[in-house]
Design a protein around this ligand. Structure first.
Ligand code: NAP
Length: 293
């Protein structure tokens, strides 16, 4: 069985790595904050002291990190992944980074005999735990086909999108709609609340209508319950909106609604909601309306 490494055991990476371990792969893991690796040690994974050690022990390394800064930190330096490459290595980066960042990482990796697939995901902590994520892959198709089984331990809907950066691009297209829907849900709920409607009833009307979805249903629960425990932390949605704006700029595309949403998430971050779920955009809009949130 392929020797697999996993770097980044946060909200998503923790349960995803557990699914790889449960599928029987010989697994080596690393996380900057080592305590988050404990449940994987309990599943039989070897806990490495650095990304370098992960690379040295693996044929395929998966990263699930916050952003390109975190990915670069894991990649470079004396203790970095590239320093541990002893044989041709496949690297699957499942973090959400931009297509341009992905292509730069891919070129850098290639110099060290590392073949990078970009494979960001849709679905939050629930699908990460159940192994039912959506996975969108860019890179060499032959490399992708060889890793299909491994990806299948973490995801149910797996798409090969095209050359390097294609997975990263479709992830941004998808999240653009997620941000817009939750932002507009929050605005609708604030309008109703300010006009004196019962928030739960507004939620019931929306969920009974044709605009309902799993996403809308879960976010209505967050808003009506005032519970913003993070499934998808707001700081990551803020980061993704910034990546959409950068990508739109380099492709010559106008994204007016996304630009406004980026500003709204700037405000939410500045008001201390960064580590909450991104549905915490609701209290920000409520406050702008003179409501208590
Ligand atoms: P998270 O819980 O914040 O975990 C982030 C991971 O990155 C942790 O392992 C963290 O290490 C590591 N990290 C952050 N900065 C670092 C640095 N400078 N150097 C080294 N390691 C660093 O995030 P998550 O929710 O799992 O998300 C991971 C990625 O998946 C993000 O790109 C996010 O946009 C994407 N994503 C998330 C969801 C979701 O619903 N949560 C859904 C789809 C995609 P520490 O533990 O030491 O902080």
């Amino acid at each position: 069985m392929t020797k697999v490494g996993f770097i980044g055991l946060g909200l998503m990476g923790g349960p995803m790595a557990a699914n790889v371990a449960r599928a029987g792969y010989e697994l080596t893991v690393f996380n900057r904050t080592p305590e988050k690796a404990k449940h994987l040690a309990d599943l039989g994974a070897y806990v490495a002291g650095s990304p370098k050690e992960v690379a040295a022990r693996s044929e395929v390394v998966i990263t699930m990190l916050a952003d390109a800064v975190a990915v670069t930190a894991a990649l470079e330096g004396e203790a970095g992944l590239l320093a541990g490459v002893a044989q041709p290595l496949v690297w699957i980066d499942m973090s959400t980074v931009s297509p341009d960042e992905t292509r730069a990482l891919s070129a850098r990796a290639m110099e060290a005999n590392v073949d990078l697939l970009d494979a960001p995901v849709f679905g939050s902590t629930g699908p990460a735990t159940d192994g039912t994520l959506g996975i969108m892959v860019g890179g060499t198709e032959k490399t992708f086909e060889r890793q299909r089984d491994l990806l299948g331990t973490m995801g149910k809907h797996i798409f090969y999108m095209g050359p390097s950066g294609s997975g990263a691009l479709v992830k941004l297209c998808f999240n653009l709609m997620v941000a817009a829907q939750v932002e507009s849900l929050a605005e609708a709920m604030v309008l109703g609340a300010k006009g004196g409607l019962d928030l739960r009833q507004v939620g019931q009307v929306i969920t009974a209508s044709g605009i309902n979805s799993n996403l809308i249903e879960r976010k209505i629960e967050n808003i009506t319950g005032g519970d913003y425990a993070p499934a998808f932390p707001l700081r990551h949605m803020h980061k993704d909106l910034g990546l959409m704006i950068d990508t739109a700029k380099s492709l010559g595309v106008a994204l007016p609604t996304t630009a406004v949403n980026h500003q709204m998430f700037n405000a939410a971050k500045a008001r201390g909601h960064a580590d909450e779920d991104f549905s915490a955009i609701y209290p920000v809009i409520a406050e702008m309306a003179g409501l208590g949130g």
